[in-house]
Design a protein around this ligand. Structure first.
Ligand code: NDP
Length: 479
């Protein structure tokens, strides 16, 4: 199936007629092609967005909200079709896409469709100066949204929905590795009555199509989720043009387990926080630190549970771990397993590719647990972004806090304890944008989302996203 650029409400071939292959990770086969878009395609998308802006930015909140909620309803009505498409493109189990990715994409539109009707700005009476100040929150204009391959539609819509709700027009690019659900979204936007040109989706490589978006002098804001190195590059390109930037980047998140936690709950959640989506979630707890007194018990119980996970074809109902997203990514993850061995880490389980009958060329890997000797080894410091976690014991709070914070990243942290004072001490000091206590990935879309250090700049989620996608203007009236 060939995917086409979605520009001005229509589907277009790329101007240069160059195409890229799209692979199905579950069997390693090419199953379609996507545009290898150039600067000219991005320019057309920009022109379309720019023409739509005056009218969209003046569309009433009621009308914007109605359209966004309609998109949400259509996504829900097409759940099975979207979940199958996401799975085929990404390798994730269909069951996961059905339970998480697509419902969450629908929630993004519903949430921001509602949130914009509640988004208010401030006014300040300047007492004694006979003046009143009020703040306008005006849409920026044309904004760029660039998203990664791990949660394709989920993260794509996490950006697009607030951008549109705030009255902007969008030029968006999904990862070239997982373009399919973005393509289907275009059809749904037309059906929901989104005016032509309000959303434009171009497909292609990061270094060319993505680069054309970030370099475009009149695309005034970029919301990007992806790797830290790409984020740094985007920041450099955008800085001289003073673009507004929101960067949600990589993570190497600690999962800190104290002996006083609810053990069974912790164990079940830790299996999920380690290996959900084949470990390809920026929030996965990839560094597990366990209090010394329960370390040996945890090690045995955890490894037994991980060994019981079924690696299988994404469409099979009992599959826990599907395929990794691409061949190069599989190779990268395998390299890290070798690095762990070279660093004297002990592979407690997993570490090998899995061959699935009839799908021998798919990118399957066993979930892998590595016991490390030092928190400073490479597999404990660098983002692997696959089904690989490290474990090691700790003796006290200070030590684990130091180890948890001693990485360049600061996206999320998970803490398992029933001690309230420790919870308060630790969550204050953990260097992370999000701290989960006795849970993982419990999301409320009103909360600020983002990271510190090399995990990003800025916050999205709730009104934070609406603030990002608007410019504040103060008006001061003397009376
Ligand atoms: P990349 O940084 O490689 O790519 C992300 C997106 O940016 C893709 O659409 C990519 O296009 C595009 N891109 C690449 N180069 C450029 C460029 N020069 N200009 C503009 N766009 C560009 O990340 P991955 O897709 O590999 O995603 C995995 C990463 O994302 C991990 O590091 C993960 O931690 C992070 N992530 C962070 C999250 C967060 O919320 N903090 C959430 C999820 C993931 P293409 O793929 O087509 O080359």
């Amino acid at each position: 199936m060939n995917i086409k650029n979605y520009i001005n409400g229509n589907f277009h071939n790329p101007i240069q007629d160059n195409w890229l292959d799209n692979y199905n990770p579950s069997n390693g086969k090419i199953y379609g092609q996507i545009p290898d878009s150039t600067k000219e395609d991005v320019e057309n998308a920009y022109i379309s967005a720019k023409s739509a802006f005056p009218s969209w930015s003046q569309t009433t909140l009621d009308e914007r909200s109605r359209i966004l909620i309609k998109i949400s309803e259509l996504l829900e009505a097409n759940l099975q079709r979207f979940a199958e498409a996401e799975s085929k493109d990404n390798g994730k189990p269909v069951s996961l896409a059905k339970q998480i990715d697509i419902p969450r994409a629908a929630s993004n539109f519903r949430f921001f469709g509602n949130a914009i009707t509640q988004f208010a700005s401030e006014s300040h009476e300047s007492i004694g100066q006979q003046a009143i100040n009020y703040t306008l929150r005006q849409p920026i204009g044309v904004v760029g949204c660039i998203s990664p391959w791990n949660l394709p539609l989920y993260l794509f819509t996490w950006k697009i929905a607030p951008a549109l709700a705030a009255g902007n027009c969008v030029v968006a690019k999904p990862s070239e590795v997982t373009p399919m659900t973005a393509y289907l979204l275009g059809e749904i936007c037309n059906e929901a009555g989104l005016p032509k040109g309000v959303l434009n989706i171009v497909y292609g490589l990061g270094g060319s199509t993505g680069q054309a978006i970030i370099e475009h002098p009149d695309i005034k804001a970029i919301s990007f989720t992806g790797g830290t190195a790409t984020g740094a590059h985007i920041a450099k390109v955008a800085a001289p043009m003073f673009k507004k930037l929101s960067l949600e980047l990589g993570g190497k998140n600690p999962n800190i387990i104290f002996a006083d936690c609810d053990y069974d709950d912790m164990l079940a959640t830790t299996v999920r926080s380690s290996f959900a989506n084949q470990g390809q979630i920026c929030l996965c707890g990839s560094r597990i630190f366990v209090e010394h007194s329960i370390y040996e018990k945890f090690k045995t119980d955890f490894v037994n549970k991980v060994k019981a996970l079924k690696v299988g074809h994404p469409s099979e109902k009992d599959t826990n771990i599907g395929a990794l997203v691409s061949k190069p990514h599989l190779e990268k993850v395998k390299e890290y397993i070798q690095i762990a061995k070279d660093e004297n880490g002990t592979v407690l389980c997993g570490g090998n590719e899995v061959t699935i009958t009839d799908y021998e060329n798919g990118y399957y890997l066993e979930p892998t647990v590595i016991e490390v000797q030092s928190d400073e080894c490479r597999v404990n410091q660098e983002e692997i972004f696959g089904p690989v976690v490290t474990i090691m014991p700790f003796t006290n709070e200070d030590q684990v806090l130091q180890m948890a914070n001693k990485v360049k990243y600061g996206l999320s942290a998970t803490l398992w304890t029933n001690d309230l004072k420790r919870t308060m001490r630790m969550s204050n000091q953990l260097q992370a944008g999000i701290v989960w206590v006795n849970t993982w990935m419990l999301r409320d879309l009103r909360t600020p989302f983002g990271g510190v250090k090399a995990s990003g700049v800025g916050r999205e989620g709730g009104f934070e996203a609406l603030r990002f996608f608007t410019e504040a203007k103060n008006v001061c009236i003397k009376y």
